[in-house]
Design a protein around this ligand. Structure first.
Ligand SMILES: C[S@@+](CC[C@H](N)C(=O)[O-])C[C@H]1O[C@@H](n2cnc3c(N)ncnc32)[C@H](O)[C@@H]1O
Length: 372
């Protein structure tokens, strides 16, 4: 096993694979996941006001890492949402919006992180996911709160190049420890991992999957590394060979471990939309309290839809100015189009449904159906 990935060696890895018995996982993401909520899309296409399926919320933009081309580095002043605002937001949307995805910044360092998770459950969010760099998973309070209230975590693996920041071993050890706790307590928490892909990394994608599987993760999700976060002109790095490599791995190793790739993100077919429809289904709010069009343009002023925290109104979702701004963004002018981020693909799909097209992905089975 090259590049120093994995538990001490391959034998250890396989011993651990055997130890963790298979858990069947349905898809966690796809270019068509929004179509799972067909009734809501049809209501929207009839012109009715709809509530989003998912809210992606940055409770803080502070982080334990400083990555060079970070999607959140635009947030040059550090922001943190107040608990008062989080309470208002959850009370207003919980139950109607059933998916909550906490991102950041690093959500686990928010001082009231455990309280936010408990509150989210109480207010009626059904699927609760946390995107994390994993640095705080060993902390008692963080692990307890996740095991009690969260549906899944998605750990972003950044350091799988041999010598970067100590390599991947410390993260694998944290995954192992958390998985042991989950099994001991009978918690339903799932451990997911996300790996950023490039053409150079294509030959190593299975290796990283095997390593996190062996450590006790339940699933892995591959997604394209992008550049251009600083000005919203987002592009994917070369992804040649990635889908082929993951498809080959899927055919070989599932064994109950979820191996996922949203292949639509890697396609080259044309995408087109008149109005960024996805913003009605995936609500993205930054740590500055501003609602942005999509996750790929968070903290880009030109794609701000509403200052939700600064000008709190319970009807902010359906105010005419917000709806007009969403309608005004089309695929011809959208600067982040070639990222083929999920909002772009969902908008394209809904545009086709608007024209009477089919609903690809509608028959798929999903884990965490409300996390778009
Ligand atoms: C900026 S992180 C913030 C949340 C948390 N601190 C973490 O590290 O996962 C949010 C997401 O951005 C993704 N991300 C980071 N750098 C990226 C890049 N260059 N291209 C595409 N996605 C990236 C990560 O994989 C993660 O899913």
């Amino acid at each position: 096993m090259g590049h120093g990935i994995g538990p001490q060696n391959f034998d250890d890895a396989f011993a651990l694979v055997v130890r963790y018995s298979p858990v069947t996982m349905d898809e966690v993401a796809s270019a068509g996941k929004v179509a799972f909520h067909r009734e809501r899309i049809e209501a929207y296409l009839r012109g009715e006001p709809v509530y989003p399926v998912s809210m992606e919320l940055d409770i803080t933009s502070q982080c334990t890492r400083q990555c060079e081309d970070c999607p959140s580095s635009r947030s040059q002043y550090h922001h943190e949402l107040s608990m008062g605002f989080v309470r208002e937001l959850f009370a207003s949307l919980g139950g109607r919006v059933k998916g909550l995805l906490l991102s950041g910044g690093e959500a686990t360092i928010y001082p009231e992180f455990a309280e936010v998770l408990a509150l989210a459950r109480r207010e009626g969010f059904e699927d609760i996911a946390i995107v994390t760099n994993g640095s705080r998973l060993h902390e008692e309070q963080v692990a307890e709160a996740l095991m009690e209230h969260a549906s899944t975590i998605r750990i972003s693996l950044y350091d799988w190049d041999e010598y970067a920041c100590g390599g991947i071993q410390p993260m694998l050890a944290k995954i192992e420890a958390l998985r042991r706790r989950i099994d001991r307590c009978g918690s339903g928490l799932k451990i997911g991992v996300s790996a950023l892909t490039t053409r150079e990394r294509a030959p190593r994608l299975a290796e990283i999957g095997e390593a996190v599987h062996a450590a006790g993760a339940h699933w892995i999700y591959y997604h394209p590394m992008c550049v251009g976060w600083s000005d919203g002109h987002l592009k994917q790095l070369d992804q040649a060979g990635v889908v082929e490599s993951v498809t080959e791995y899927q055919a070989r190793d599932a064994n109950g471990f979820g191996i996922f790739i949203a292949s639509g993100r890697y396609g080259h077919g044309q995408v087109a939309f008149d109005g960024y429809h996805s913003a009605h289904f995936l609500l993205v709010i930054g740590a500055d309290g501003v609602n942005y069009l999509g996750a790929e343009v968070k903290y880009q002023d030109r794609y701000a839809l509403a200052d939700v925290a600064g000008d709190w109104r319970t009807d902010f979702l359906h105010r005419p100015e917000r709806l007009e701004k969403i309608r005004s963004i089309d695929s011809r002018s959208y600067t982040a189009l070639s990222s083929r981020h999920r909002g772009v693909l969902y908008s394209d799909l809904i545009e086709r449904m608007k024209g009477g097209g089919g609903t690809p992905g509608n028959g798929a089975a999903y884990s965490f159906p409300h996390i778009l």
